[in-house]
Design a protein. Sequence first.
Length: 132
Amino acid sequence: MGISFKRGKRIAAYEAAMSVSELLELSKRKARSLYREERDCWDWRGFDEYIIAAEARLPYRETPEQYVCRMETREEILAVLALCTEKQQERFLLHALYEFTYEEIGEMCGCSKVAVHDSIEAVRKKFFKFYL
């Protein structure tokens, strides 16, 4: 995006690397990320501080039971994703992990917003079917 302005008899030009809409979208994404972190830390302390207060020990180490539960959950999620097509997996992960909008994913994948929505909903239905 280029901006030019006149100062006296001289014309100066400025080339911006990022458009205003891109900057606004980036700030919205950052605000959503901060909101998510804030929501996860319900008592306004950082996650590490919460663990120290709750577990009363330094440094935090997960128990063997917690590790096994985490690995089992990971395997279940990967098993459900294995049932999906590669396009569905890619679109779902872009939306769930990186918080891209349907329009942004559509531009990246070269498809419509509706196709992205349908892919993500198909993955969600498989998750609901698997867990319910």
